[in-house]
Design a protein around this ligand. Structure first.
Ligand code: PEP
Ligand code: MG
Length: 586
């Protein structure tokens, strides 16, 4: 046995709590390499045959997907794939490929790729939304045909999973969106920060995750035994018997603690001195309602609606969105369901429609969220109409992401008003009084909260982005992840200021960033005067337990003292001390 066969511990960043033990699945998202070579004249006919065969094989695959989608989601969603089938029958595309083979003498995959790229480029530049979207369809189908020609299968993360621990360079939100709860035991990525969207999804699925393990991809082979320690941010390769035993015990203890916390979950979320703090859930998909209820979430404080767009090959229509929003609204009756309008862009480009998201040097400072929506009015209005229609079926609230100031909020509200007028004229019911809120996640919005407040029914502070922009720390860059400090004095000051301005205007403040679900910071936020918290459902029990074991007065003292301290580390230490004192009995 070589020395490399003994246990190795890699340190990363803890991103989603929990322990996972299993075999490694190494996920490499390969860029398809299309070979190019000359084909002798007498072999050209064989090239055409190969093309026909690949087209048939792809047609079979797409028809099977269509049937599955029809069965699971319905005919309307399944029709998306009709467009893909039409691409396969496009005589111009096929004819041009054959001509390219004849004129250049090159192999058919190289020629098909050249022609398909030409089409994608041409469609991407058309000034018509519908036709531009066809570029995404062609790209998708072309990739399938090329895989078939090369005898490879198209990569999809969810296809590879079973009971494995996924090790990847990075996981795109579209990959994360296609994961389901039973598929991955754990996630390890070489890059990424604690608040990257793939990690947020992992956390909501209760999947332990460690990020920033740079050596992982090179050091670990497929099927090797690993443990992920999502509490301390460790990845342990080939764990020894002793390590396995230790982690077995930790798992048992954590499971017992979770059971104890779950017992309190049905109680009210109230401090020992009677202060109520509603605890709501962050969700990404409409099928998470049961999970929220299992953890007694009081409605939804953040529905990240863009996930409806991430896992599909084209922009979803009004009808399918309406169904999703209505499902959630009805599931929660009188409890609020806060639907955030599209926050695509940043680390969440829509992979199904790349022409809508040109590459940018600084995507987090770029064409994202409300900026995208105000430019793509048709997409925005579809969503707003769907949300308004869902408001007739529950306590739906709407909020706009990445608002930088009052002018932008007013523009968004004007588009909403246009949609209201259309629906009125069409006689379609909606709640005329649906509360409208703004996210506060850009420093300029925080500083002008007094101007935004009169335009809003509520604020929801997105600390993930607010911290990123306040202290200039890219939230998905693991090299600087240690500098991402929720307890930085500047963060506390800004939070206190937003709360004060909101209070003066009589506007309620929620926090829906990851900070809200971290039990270390729950008392601090409440002490700073935040009214409500919204977090990923599995984190609700610990937050509730903590709230029920502390008084508002103690939390306010903690916040008052924290505001006088000059370093994030000192404030963090005070939060840890407070947490220990109050969670001791759990
Ligand atoms: C945030 O920025 O804190 C937030 C809740 O939004 P997202 O994480 O989706 O950017
Ligand atoms: Mg945000």
């Amino acid at each position: 046995m070589s020395p490399s066969q003994s246990e190795v511990v890699f340190e990363g960043i803890s991103a989603s709590p929990g322990i996972a033990h299993g075999r490694a699945f190494i996920y490499r998202k390969s860029e398809l390499e299309v070979p190019e070579y000359q084909v002798p004249l007498d072999k050209r006919a064989g090239e055409f045959e190969r093309l026909n065969h690949a087209l048939m094989q792809t047609r079979g695959q797409i028809s099977a997907i269509r049937d599955e989608v029809k069965q699971n989601l319905g005919e309307a969603e399944a029709r998306i794939f009709d467009a893909h089938l039409m691409v396969l029958e496009d005589q111009a595309l096929i004819g041009e490929t054959e001509r390219e083979v004849e004129t250049t003498g090159k192999n058919v995959e190289a020629c098909f790729n050249t022609v398909a790229q030409r089409y994608i480029q041409a469609f991407s530049e058309i000034d018509d939304e519908y036709l531009r979207e066809r570029a995404g369809d062609i790209r998708d189908v072309a990739s399938r045909v090329l895989h078939a020609l090369l005898g490879q299968t198209a990569e999809s993360l969810s296809e590879h999973l079973g009971s494995h621990i996924v090790i990847a360079d990075e996981i795109a939100p579209s990959d994360a969106a296609s994961l389901d709860r039973s598929s991955a035991l754990g996630l390890v990525t070489a890059s990424g920060g604690k608040t990257s969207h793939a990690v947020i999804v992992a956390r909501s699925m209760n999947i332990p995750a460690v990020v920033g393990v740079r050596e992982a991809m090179d050091a670990i082979a497929a099927d090797e035994e690993v443990i992920i320690d999502g509490y301390d941010g460790l990845l342990i390769l080939r764990p020894s018997e002793e390590t396995l035993f230790r982690y077995g015990k930790i798992r048992q203890e954590k499971a017992a603690l979770e059971q104890r916390l779950l017992k309190a979950v049905g109680e009210r979320s109230v401090t020992t001195d009677g202060h109520l703090v509603p605890l709501r859930a962050n969700i990404e998909k409409e099928d998470e309602c049961q999970l929220v209820k299992d953890h007694c979430g009081e409605g939804v404080g953040l529905f990240r609606s863009e996930y409806l767009y991430l896992a599909v090959p084209k922009v979803p229509d009004e009808e399918s969105q309406y169904r999703a929003y209505r499902t959630v609204a009805e599931a929660f009756g009188d409890e609020p369901v806060v639907i955030r309008t599209l926050d695509l862009g940043g680390d969440k480009p829509m992979t199904g429609a790349p022409h809508l998201f040109p590459r940018e040097d600084n995507p987090f400072l770029g064409f994202r969220a409300i900026r995208f929506c105000l430019k793509h009015r048709d997409i925005f209005k579809n969503q707003l109409r769907a949300i308004l229609r869902a408001s007739a079926h529950g306590n739906v609230h709407i909020m706009f992401p990445m608002i930088s100031g009052v002018a932008e909020l007013q523009q968004a509200k004007a588009v909403l008003e246009e949609c209201r007028q259309e629906l009125r004229a069409e006689g379609i019911p909606f709640n005329e009084d649906m509360p409208v809120g703004s996210m506060i996640e850009i420093p300029s919005a925080a500083l002008t909260a007094d101007q935004l407040a009169p335009e809003c029914a509520f604020f929801s502070i997105g600390t993930n982005d607010l911290i990123q922009y306040l202290i200039a720390i890219d939230r998905v860059n693991d090299r600087i992840a240690h500098l991402y400090e929720p307890t930085h004095p500047a963060v506390l000051r800004v939070l206190a200021e937003v709360v004060e301005k909101a209070r003066t205007a009589g506007v309620k403040v929620s926090v829906c960033g990851e900070m809200a679900g971290d039990p270390l910071y729950v008392p601090l936020l409440i002490g700073l005067g935040v009214d409500e918290l919204s977090m990923t459902p599995p984190l609700l029990p610990a937050a509730k337990y903590l709230i029920r074991s502390m008084s508002l007065t103690e939390a306010q003292e903690l916040a008052r003292e924290a505001l006088t301290l000059a370093s994030g580390a000192e404030i963090e230490a005070r939060c840890v001390q407070f947490f220990r004192e109050h969670m001791r009995s759990a």
